[in-house]
Design a protein around this ligand. Sequence first.
Ligand code: SF4
Ligand code: FES
Length: 383
Amino acid sequence: MPAAETATGRADSTAAERQIPPPWSLLMELSHRCPLRCPYCSNPETLVRRAAELTTADWLRVLDQAAGLGIHHIHFSGGEPLVRDDLEALVARAAGLGLYGNLITAGTLLDRDRLAALAGAGLDHVQISLQDTDAGSADLIAGLPGAFEAKLRAAALVREAGLPLTLNAVVHRRNIDRVAELIALAERLDAARIEIAHVQYYGWALRNIDALMPAIDQVERAMAVVEEARVRLKGRLTIDAVVPDYYARRPKPCLGGWGRHGMMVTPSGRVLPCHAAESIPGLQFPHVTANGLAEIWQSDPAFRRFRGTDWMEEPCRSCPAKEVDFGGCRCQAMAIAGRAEATDPACALSPHHGWLRQRAERAASGGDRPYAYRSFAGGKAGA
Ligand code: SF4
Ligand code: FES
């Protein structure tokens, strides 16, 4: 009998609603603390202070619940997750539960002993962020002298330890012309994958939009380099790259759709469908000390709010692509259209699309402006 049918054969919509497949991954933002000060930081405007971070016992309970819910993949992230001295214990618990553990790090705090301890605890994979291939530019973007060399050392240690390596290169006007060099560096460091990720202009990054936005011809040249490299390096290096939203005609399904594939926990224990969800007013997000992950995933109102397609308005409601992109990004709709229910302005069918493109073109002519750096001192910090 199909799960959505009762013994009488009638469709049971309440039961069907309970059959939401578990998320594939859980992103654990262990801390907002970070030695870097990137101008495109994706952490929220209000940072969580150390004193308000979850305890080790809290995080261990979250991992137990994640395994119980059927999650496969744990991302240990931040800020910088290496600032937590309980990271090894968390990695060990994840490994003991059969969860695949990925460390997402800036790499500057990773040394041989720490990596050996993490590998010994059962870590499966490491992702290191990369600011540029030019050391001076990379350190300027990171806001930390010596960061680039430290990252190269960390990447070499990861491969020496036999762990697979992904590089995450955030690109923008000041480094996008070096995409070929970024790919060559990934080859040299023996990475399995490189993500060429464009800056997402929410939160802190929005303050730096005039310093970071690339021009359309820069984006087109970079995508041509990526296409050539994908063919040349097939089977050796995976290259993830997409046209950025502000120059696209259709949006991406943000995180595969709201509440469909992943969930995340903030350093203070809020459970969110995506990293920018708290920018949407009117949504109350649950807390790990009050609710279990399974209950949150299945029935929390904030997770259900934009799940599927029932919430959509026109033009998404009657669009043949609605099950493909799920209307794009709710947080971008909020930031630009002023309503989270609106069509993502990255879509050419959105009434705000023309404005987005014009804003991008205006920002791209901003020249060599100084960066507004991210830090606890410079940004708002809260609980
Ligand atoms: Fe996607 Fe909505 Fe645009 Fe259709 S109208 S392509 S569903 S964002
Ligand atoms: Fe929140 Fe895209 S970042 S839905």
